[in-house]
Design a protein around this ligand. Structure first.
Ligand code: GDG
Length: 732
């Protein structure tokens, strides 16, 4: 299978030079890990080449054609104006600050959104033209969040994976975003979406629940009849491209010797960042100032080498940051510097890979303290270059890397005083202690490398796409009525399990109004009349409702509260399928639901023996739907370690015991007579899926109304259900 990688930038940047057009290679871990897979599978890599065409330029086009032919690098050309509006607009002024939890820095304009949509569409067009059957498409990062859906719509069968390199913010922050729905739906166009950490994944899931109202399990969700697999899949580095240089490269050897001479007798503290406000550079400089203030013995001894690579310089906030960092460096050097010692060595440009590797190897402490970071590869690169060495890593708890690097000294970069104290302690750790921690980190960085990451990602993507193709559509087929009726007529002992509201009777605005018409009751009794067949109404209703409607009736099984209590056909006694649990849980849940009733005109609470339900069918549909997402999200947190679950049904949210489900009741009913040779289960909502799930494959399982379901068949409405039952009753 060919791998098709899509990222905002290509691994080559196009530059006009005296010798014509040339491609400058970039050397990130992504290229190192994915480049060989592209080569091996004859795959493609799509991205912007870095410079827009000013006018038609034959020579430029020839260069791009050659890239495609020789390396599989396909340039997605964006006209200059669009490229500027795109890159400096929505991704970097809206998504970047918001996803890193800096909502106050968010800038948004409808024009920047239009450019985002337009650029994503152009990527789609370039890709669709060149796709082949069986391709695995892997879309990278926040610039291209609409692309998975755009591709899905254009080529429904293609395998699409998405990886987010930056953090996914808490849903409270994410919901600030203009066009938040489009972004979520965009990503959900993929078969498989992965994030740097479990925390980012859980933020993504809670945004989906709050904003789209879609529930998900830990590793998947369903929409539009397909599954999307979800996972945390932290990126690694290609350690060899660092360690290899350290061991075999002469330039690195020379640089290392020079560094050791220059800083002899000193402790090198190293920071390497893009000059970005998320990286916490001013906070770090201030913490370093505090360190020098509190630890006079480090004056003249410690040196902070700060490399800051200029980035996004056209955006005003980045220019401000540059000025701020310049000022802070000046202040510290001015206050503490001596003719022999400069406290901060500030390098505001990119250094060569050889110099970087030498610095990593020579430093006593890696100071990696972003305010927020998807992963932070510098932390891993530093560790890779500290093979058998005694450096110590000081790492921000807000870097994705912190989730995997427990042996680092973890700090909160906003707390500058404590960060200074932690750095002081880290420098004072005994060498054996530092060596031990570093060895453990080193092993992990070597093992969870970029190659393993890429392989696991593509494996998961391949599996997700395969299971979608094999599952086919999850919409059940229309019920073949004649066949079902004939099967019923031919059986000896049938079991018929029927849901009530929405299945036997239409949904009524108020639950109390849904009483059964007399013809329905006689129809059901007729089906169960000879005592051969067990006919059961299995509902979430309370036994009080059932008593009111079926109190005098004999001949039907009644299962109330989703099967928590049961009444056999020959008796008026109800029995509970489990001993009654203590009722005090209601005291905790009721105030939460009451709060939602107060906020939602027309909504009300139904209190049953084993459950509490918030109904909102008579409320403003959009507002109440939106609040219901918030309610389910809060209840899930509240009930996390209890037996209780929050379940969404038609215009209601129900809190009930996990064990009180319709699947449980099947066992009781089957045990109450001879083994059945015909099974029918009909239902219309989520709670009925429990019923379908426990039925054997040959059972006649029927979902009323559209939508994906585990049932084999579907019927349109309660009217259709009635007609089916009449056909079954006609000659039985
Ligand atoms: C995004 C996410 C996530 C830096 N200065 C020099 C230099 N570098 C290289 C480093 C490292 C890379 O740049 C920076 O990577 P980071 O991971 O720190 O940060 P972002 O650029 O913000 O990347 C991030 C990453 O995607 C991957 O998923 O970890 O969280 O924000 O490789 O070595 N390289 C050279 N000279 C320099 O001066 N040669």
């Amino acid at each position: 299978m060919r791998l098709v990688v899509v990222s905002n930038r290509l691994p080559l940047t196009l530059r006009g030079s005296a010798e014509g057009w040339v491609g400058e290679p970039s050397s990130g871990g992504l290229v190192t890990a994915l480049g060989p897979v592209i080569q091996r599978t004859g795959g493609l890599w799509f991205g912007w080449p870095g410079e827009g065409p000013e006018r038609a330029d034959l020579e430029r086009q020839t260069t791009l054609d050659r890239w495609e032919r020789e390396s599989g690098f396909v340039a997605v050309d964006l006209p200059r104006a669009l490229a500027t509006r795109f890159y400096q607009g929505y991704p970097n002024q809206t998504l970047w600050p918001l996803f890193h939890q800096f909502p106050s820095l968010l800038e948004y304009s409808p024009r920047s959104w239009e450019a985002y949509v337009e650029a994503n569409n152009r990527f789609r067009d370039a890709i669709v033209d060149r796709l082949e059957p069986g391709d695995l498409v892997w879309v990278h990062d926040y610039h291209l969040m609409l692309l998975p859906r755009l591709l899905r719509e254009a080529v429904p069968d293609v395998a699409i994976g998405f990886f987010l390199h930056i953090p996914f913010p808490a849903s409270e922050v994410f919901r600030i975003l203009p066009h938040r729905e489009e972004l979520l739906l965009g990503v959900l166009g993929s078969d498989y979406a992965a994030f740097q950490t479990h925390r980012h994944l859980s933020h993504f899931r809670s945004s989906i629940l709050r904003i789209l109202g879609l529930s998900s399990s830990m590793d998947r969700l369903f929409l539009e009849g397909r599954a999307v697999q979800l996972e945390a899949r932290p990126i690694g580095i290609a350690p060899e491209s660092f360690v290899g240089l350290l061991e075999g490269d002469q330039a690195v050897g020379a640089a290392l010797r020079k560094l050791r001479r220059r800083f002899e007798g000193r402790r090198i503290l190293l920071s390497v960042d893009r000059l970005d406000y998320t990286k916490g550079i001013p906070e770090r400089l201030r913490a370093y100032g505090r360190l020098l203030a509190r630890a006079p013995h480090l004056r003249g001894q410690a040196v902070l080498v700060q490399i800051a690579v200029p980035s996004r310089e056209r955006i005003p906030r980045y220019r401000e940051l540059k000025a701020q960092v310049d000022r802070l460096v000046g202040e510290i050097n001015g206050q503490y510097g001596t003719p022999e010692w400069t406290p901060v060595v500030y390098i505001r440009r990119s250094v060569s890979r050889a110099d970087l590797v030498a610095l990593y190897a020579a430093s006593d402490l890696g100071w990696v303290t972003p305010l927020r970071d998807g992963m932070n590869l510098v932390a891993k690169e530093y560790v890779a270059c500290q093979k058998d060495a005694a450096g110590v890593l000081v790492l921000s708890e807000f870097a994705g890397a912190a989730a995997e690097m427990g042996e680092a000294v973890i700090v909160n970069p906003y707390d500058e005083e404590r960060t200074a104290a932690a750095v002081e302690r880290a420098l004072a750790l005994p060498p054996e202690h530092r060596r031990e921690r570093m060895a453990a980190l080193h092993r992990r960085v070597a093992r969870n490398n970029a190659f393993a990451w890429a392989e696991r990602f593509t494996d998961s993507l391949r599996r997700a796409a395969r299971s979608r193709l094999h599952a086919g559509s999850s919409e059940p087929a229309r019920l073949p009525l004649a066949e079902a009726t004939a099967a019923f007529h031919a059986c000896r002992n049938g079991v018929l399990l029927l849901a009530y509201d929405g299945t036997l009777v239409p949904l009524a605005p108020r639950p109390a109004e849904a009483s059964p018409p007399p013809e329905l009751v006689s129809l059901l009794l007729h089906l169960g009349a000879e005592g051969r067949h067990r006919v059961a109404i299995v509902s979430g209703r309370s036994r009080v409702d059932f008593e009111r409607w079926f109190g005098d009736v004999e001949g039907l099984w009644l299962a109330a509260e989703h099967g928590a209590v049961l009444r056999p056909p020959t008796s008026h006694e109800w029995s509970a399928i489990r001993p009654s649990p203590p009722e005090d849980w209601k005291e905790h849940v009721l105030p939460v639901l009451e709060h939602y009733v107060d906020r939602t005109p027309g909504s009300f609470i139904e209190a049953k023996e084993y459950s509490l339900v918030w109904h909102y069918r008579m409320s403003d549909p959009e507002f109440s739907e939106w609040l219901s997402n918030e309610l389910v999200a809060s209840l899930e947190e509240l009930l996390a370690e209890t037996e209780l679950r929050a379940i969404r049904a038609h215009k209601s949210v129900e809190v009930k015991f996990a064990w009180a489900n319709k699947g449980e009741i099947v066992r009781h009913l089957e045990a109450a007579g001879p083994a059945p040779d015909f099974r029918l289960a009909v239902g219309d909502d989520q709670t009925d899926e429990d019923l379908f799930a426990v039925m054997p494959p040959e059972a006649w399982t029927i979902r009323v109304g559209g939508g994906p379901s585990q049932a084999r068949f579907q019927l349109g409405s309660p009217g259709d259900v009635r007609r089916m039952l009449e056909a079954m009753a006609s000659t039985s």
